[in-house]
Design a binder for this molecule. Structure first.
Ligand code: FAD
Ligand code: NAI
Length: 477
């Protein structure tokens, strides 16, 4: 019997892969998507890192832990007295798992709706391109070989471990373990003050852990606009996160019930700390395990990413790669944009991903969100710019919400007034940043935003006011 033949086979059903599969099916191709992720019952759990152990469960726990913290003190100011407040961590984790499952099931439903054939198992190149395309071998719950005229590789990334300290997910935790701790640790260590370290550190601090974050670099959130990063450092420290910068971790030694970390502090002095749990969040590495890249001759770059050009084309004809497994920011929405663009290129259209307008969000409290250049990047590039900031303290909606932390900051070209970057720290920054993304995509000036009517009272008025601040014309500050 001959192998099943597909126009497009997508390997990996994370946000990059499942979106690419749906878009390719919308464009009229016969499409298969293969994913090996299994739920606790061994069934398929499409959605990748993002859905299973990333974006979705982390945001579920961030929301729950924020409610818990607010119930503890913030509600009182609103005249809501809560007595007998108690944490039911089991229920909190159960809810998070339910949210994950809803997303897994949603993707399976979308595959059916769009007539994407889903295979549960590992997909691997079984050889080079032949007359019938590429043979892709599936192993696992499904075992069969299918043929693909076009292949989209979307195999994602894995957490990077410290040398000599493998993840055991009991004491030394990656993101997977960090999202499933079953009792609040009295002392939690976090190595790496990046996005995961700050988000997961915030969750467990809100639930009662004493959290120490050890960061290797001397600067806090180096990729973030300096003014915003400084503000964030101040606020997180005030909340109780103990952040040490410029440390050098020497060793991580798990014991029976705790883990000892030896490190040199910023002054070079030897330090030792004992934690009940340790989260290691020092970045992620591309995942090409078991993909059979060598069987087809698929080239990787020097850092292990699948080598691609600006259009996500690999060195092989009709093989594309997208998302975390290729260069660029490791973000779900970047993976999705590449997935859509590649499906459209396969259809002969001009798919496009604009790397200059990809928003970043850190879902701490307050949230941090930005798009475009930071002030330090503009200085380094010698670009003449104007800056305008507006604090949420002066925003009526923020006062009504009871969250006046942070600011909106605009950076615009000194001559043309074109918006070069927008940086927000404050309530709902993740939502507010969209206006800036749209504005930058349309090459708007700060004056354009300053002259657009924004609803009152709304947090978005702070965006308009920050644009007005560029020419020192704020109306409410
Ligand atoms: P993945 O989501 O990693 O999916 C790859 C899929 O391919 C997986 O299901 C894997 O099992 C499967 N696979 C791999 N190899 C094979 C094979 N050979 N055969 C079959 N299947 C295979 N990004 C954001 O934008 N916003 C956030 O809020 C956010 N929060 C995050 C929080 C955490 C804790 C983490 C760890 C990450 C977070 N990210 C977030 C990053 C985001 O999860 C990734 O950028 C995104 O998942 C990348 O999508 P992808 O499709 O490239 O890969
Ligand atoms: P990260 O790159 O954000 O941060 C890693 C941090 O660890 C950096 O500050 C780095 O300097 C530090 N570090 C590296 N090696 C170290 C060492 N040996 N000792 C001490 N510190 C060290 O990586 P993270 O947090 O692991 O997240 C991975 C990626 O996942 C992120 O870059 C992001 O792309 C994605 N993500 C996105 C989220 C979002 O969009 N909200 C949330 C979580 C993850």
């Amino acid at each position: 019997m001959s192998n099943k033949q597909f126009d497009v086979v997508v390997i990996g059903a994370g946000p990059g892969g499942y979106i690419a599969a749906i878009r390719a099916a919308q464009l009229g191709f016969s499409v298969a998507c293969i994913d090996e992720w299994a739920n606790d019952k061994g069934g398929p759990a499409p959605g990748g890192t993002c859905t299973n152990v990333g974006c979705i469960p982390s945001k579920a726990l961030l929301q729950s832990s924020e409610h818990f913290e607010h119930a503890g003190h913030a509600f009182k100011d609103h005249g809501i007295e809560v007595s007998g407040l108690a944490l039911n961590l089991g229920q909190m984790l159960k809810r998070k798992n339910t949210v994950v499952k809803q997303n897994n099931d949603g993707i399976l439903f979308l595959f059916k709706k769009n007539k994407v054939t889903f295979f549960h198992g590992r997909g691997a190149f079984a050889g080079a391109q032949g007359a019938e395309g590429y043979p892709i071998a599936i192993t696992g719950p499904t075992t069969e070989t299918i043929n693909a005229k076009q292949v989209i590789v979307a195999t994602g990334s894995n957490p990077r471990a410290l040398p000599n300290a493998p993840f055991d997910e009991k004491l030394v935790l990656s993101n997977t373990g960090a999202l499933a701790i079953d009792a609040v640790p009295a002392k939690l260590g976090v190595i790496g003050a990046g996005v995961i370290g700050l988000e997961m550190g915030s969750v467990w601090r809100r639930l009662g852990a004493d959290v120490t974050v050890l960061e290797g670099l001397p600067t806090f959130l180096g990729a973030v606009d300096e003014q915003i990063a400084k503000e964030a450092h101040k606020m997180f420290t005030k909340q109780g996160l103990k952040i040490s910068l410029g440390v050098k971790v020497e060793s991580v030694t798990p014991g029976a019930n705790n883990v000892t970390v030896k490190y040199a502090d910023a002054q070079g002095a030897a330090q030792e700390a004992v934690f009940d749990k340790l989260i290691v969040s020092i970045g992620r590495v591309p995942n090409t395990n078991g993909l059979g890249a060598d069987k087809a001759g698929l080239a990787l770059d020097e850092r292990g990413f699948i080598a691609v050009d600006d259009d996500c084309k690999t060195n092989l004809p009709n093989v594309w790669a997208i998302g975390d497994v290729v260069r660029g920011p490791m973000l779900a929405h970047k993976a999705e944009e590449e997935g859509v663009a590649v499906a459209e290129r396969i259809a002969g259209q001009h798919g496009h991903t604009n790397f200059d307008t990809i928003p970043w969000v850190i879902y701490t409290s307050p949230e941090i969100a930005w798009v475009g250049k930071t002030e330090q990047q503009l200085k380094a590039a010698g670009v003449a710019y104007k800056a305008g900031t507006f604090p949420f303290l002066a925003n009526g909606r923020a006062r009504a919400l009871g969250d006046t932390s942070g600011m909106v900051k605009f950076l615009a070209d000194a001559t043309t007034d074109e918006i070069l970057g927008v940086h927000i720290i404050g309530p709902m920054a993740s939502e507010l940043i969209s206006e800036a993304v749209v504005a930058m995509e349309f090459k708007a000036s700060a004056e354009d935003i300053a002259r657009i009517c924004h609803a009152h009272p709304s947090l978005s008025e702070a965006t308009k006011e920050a644009a007005l601040a560029i020419d020192k014309r704020t109306l409410n500050f």
